[in-house]
Design a protein around this ligand. Structure first.
Ligand code: PAF
Length: 286
């Protein structure tokens, strides 16, 4: 596994990789603090593509508060071991200056309003920051497939839109996006780098999200959407979470789900003390 830190090192390593393995590459962008959720993206990429590159970059553009960016878990040494063990070919772990040099101009991206709702409403500018960095990483690491975790469902929609915009601008097909299902622990807690910020009591409360999904799955077909949401929010509050939103979307987008309109995807964000968690779950007719 080659670890690169500068764009120059990256280009050199990519040239070598493409000349030995061809241009069928898979890219798994991450912010580090890697866990089994990331491993599932890498495993799929390794199965699908001739080589796999991972980026570890805690992108300052997507954080609303400097304190949150500073606090984001960083464990590069362990991450490198993890990536090597999982068979990744190339790692790009740059500094912000390397990704966004002073003479680099951020593109104007029309994300079609996907960046303004739900997460976007609570974290203004967050998705613009995500789209900008993913676009930049794709410029630096041309690939055939881009792997994104469904844990960040709205992010997947934003990146899908980014790929369409890039296709329109370049006239080239660009990478295929592969959405990888969320990995959960035995109690249903979605794996997330932010879980590292939780103490034992907070972790126990975080599992209240999974308990609420389990309850919703048993009753969603019998309740009006508004009653389902109100009851679920009460449960989440009782579990010790400070709710931001709970929303039922028609799966595949962000349009509101209405009864009888296929399977709903529930999207949630809430706080456990000072740690913000998001999760989503698809309810299907059994
Ligand atoms: O999901 C993440 O870890 C980040 O938002 C991403 C896609 C790596 C962009 O910084």
């Amino acid at each position: 596994m080659v670890v690169t830190r500068t764009v120059e090192e990256l280009q050199e390593a990519l040239t070598a990789l493409v000349s030995s393995k061809g241009d069928d590459g898979g890219l798994v962008p991450t912010m580090g603090a890697l866990h089994e959720g990331h491993a599932s993206l890498m495993a799929l990429a390794l199965e699908t593509n001739a080589w796999v590159a991972t980026t570890i970059f805690v992108n300052p553009l997507q954080f609303n508060h400097l304190a949150d960016w500073v606090r984001y878990p960083r464990c590069e040494k362990e991450d490198f071991i993890f990536l090597k063990e999982h068979g990744v070919d190339l790692v790009f772990a740059p500094t912000p200056d390397e990704v966004f040099p002073f003479d680099w101009v951020a593109p104007e991206l029309d994300l079609g309003g996907l960046d303004l709702q739900l997460e976007g409403a609570f974290r203004p500018g967050h998705f613009k920051g995500v789209a900008i960095v993913v676009g930049r990483l794709l410029d630096l690491i041309p690939c055939a497939s881009l792997y994104m975790g469904l844990k960040d469902y709205q992010q997947c929609l934003v990146v899908e839109r980014l790929l369409l915009l890039r296709k329109g601008m370049s006239g080239q097909e660009g990478p295929v996006m592969v959405k990888v299902p969320t990995v959960r622990d035995g109690d249903g807690l979605a794996l997330s780098s932010r879980n590292l910020l939780l103490g034992p009591d907070q972790l126990a409360r975080a599992k209240g999200i999974a308990r609420t999904w389990a309850w919703m799955k048993t009753v969603w077909q019998g309740l009006e959407p508004q009653d389902l949401i109100e009851n679920a929010l009460k449960r989440l509050t009782a579990e010790g979470l400070r709710n931001e939103y709970l929303y039922l979307a028609r799966d595949g987008g962000l349009e509101p789900w209405v009864k009888g309109d296929g399977n709903p995807r529930a999207l949630y964000a809430g706080w456990l003390d000072e740690v913000r968690l998001i999760d989503n779950e698809l309810f299907s007719i059994v």
